[in-house]
Design a protein around this ligand. Structure first.
Ligand code: PGA
Length: 261
C-alpha cells in the first residue's frame, strides 16, 4: 500500500525579484497559507531577499530555501555563500545541482555530492535535482542518466543522512519550456528513482523519501501530476513568480491529495 504524502511545493524564484518585489510575493503566499495548511510550502528567493522573506514569514509554517551554496563553511572563496550563513539567515532547505547550475556554472555530480555534505553538516535539508536532457531521453538513456546521478550525487550518504534529503526530478527539456512531462512520463521516472533508492537505502527509507517533480508545473497540470503515486510535490519555477498561479498549484495538489485520503 502506498499512502500519499502531503504535497511538498517549493517555488524557485531563480534570478528574479528585488527585495520589494520579493516581499510582496512572499506576503501574498504567507497570507494564503492559512487555507493551504495540508501542504509544506517552501519559498526559494535569491540570496539578497532571504532575510526580508524570512522576517515576513516569522513563525508562519512557510519555509525558506536557498538556490545554491558552497561546501566549505567559510574562507577565501569570493562570491560564495556557505551552509552556516544560510542557516543563520533562517533557511531550512537548499537547492543543490539544479540543471541551470550544471549547465552554466560547471556543477557536476561530484560537486553536488560535496554540497550535500556541506548542507547536512549545518542541518539544512538539501533539495537535490536530477534529470535527463532531450537527447538522453530520445536515445532511451533517461533511466541510466538518473541512476548515475543518484549513485554519484548521493555517494557515501548514511541512511540517516539520506532521510534529510528531498529529491527533485526535473527533465531538462521541460524546464522553462512550457513542455511539461506527462503525468505518465514523470511517474515512470519517479517510480524508477524510488526503486533505486530502495536498493541503496532500503524499502522503508525509499518509501518515506519525498520525490518532487519540476519542469513547467502549472495550475492546469498540478492536479493530474500529483495524482500519480510517486509524485510527492513540485519544484516550480516560472509559475511561482506570481502568487495566484503558485497558490493555485498548491490548491490543486491539495485537491488531489484529499481525494486519496
Ligand atoms: P519551470 O522551472 O517551472 O519554470 O519550468 C522549474 C525549475 O527549474 O525548478
Amino acid at each position: 500500500m502506498h499512502h500519499k504524502k502531503p504535497p511538498f511545493v517549493a517555488g524557485n524564484w531563480k534570478m528574479h525579484m528585488t527585495i520589494q518585489e520579493a516581499k510582496l510575493l512572499a506576503a501574498a503566499i504567507i497570507q494564503a497559507r492559512l487555507e493551504l495548511s495540508e501542504a509544506e510550502i517552501v519559498l526559494i528567493p535569491p540570496f539578497t531577499a532571504l532575510r526580508s522573506v524570512k522576517k515576513l514569514a516569522g513563525e508562519s509554517p512557510v519555509q525558506l530555501g536557498a538556490q545554491n551554496l558552497f561546501w566549505e563553511e567559510q574562507g577565501a572563496y569570493t562570491g560564495e555563500i556557505s551552509a552556516p550563513m544560510l542557516k543563520n539567515v533562517g533557511c531550512r532547505y537548499v537547492v543543490i545541482g539544479h540543471s541551470e547550475r550544471r549547465q552554466y556554472f560547471g556543477e557536476t555530480d561530484a560537486t553536488v555530492n560535496k554540497k550535500i555534505a556541506g548542507a547536512l553538516n549545518s542541518k539544512l535539508n538539501p533539495i537535490v535535482c536530477m534529470g535527463e536532457t532531450l537527447e538522453e531521453r530520445e536515445a532511451g538513456k533517461t533511466m541510466p542518466r538518473v541512476e548515475s546521478q543518484i549513485q554519484a550525487g548521493l555517494a557515501g550518504l548514511t541512511p540517516e543522512q539520506f532521510r534529510e534529503i528531498i529529491i527533485a526530478y526535473e527533465p531538462i527539456w521541460a524546464i522553462g519550456t512550457g513542455k511539461t512531462a506527462t503525468p505518465g512520463q514523470a511517474e515512470e521516472v519517479h517510480a524508477f528513482i524510488r526503486e533505486k533508492l530502495a536498493e541503496i537505502y532500503g524499502k522503508e527509507a525509499a518509501f518515506c523519501a519525498i520525490i518532487i517533480y519540476g519542469g513547467s508545473v502549472k495550475p492546469a497540470n498540478s492536479y493530474s501530476l500529483f495524482r500519480e503515486k510517486n509524485i510527492d510535490g513540485f519544484l516550480v519555477g516560472g509559475a511561482s513568480l506570481e502568487a495566484d498561479s503558485f497558490i493555485q498549484i498548491i490548491k490543486e495538489a491539495i485537491r488531489a491529495y484529499k481525494e486519496e485520503q
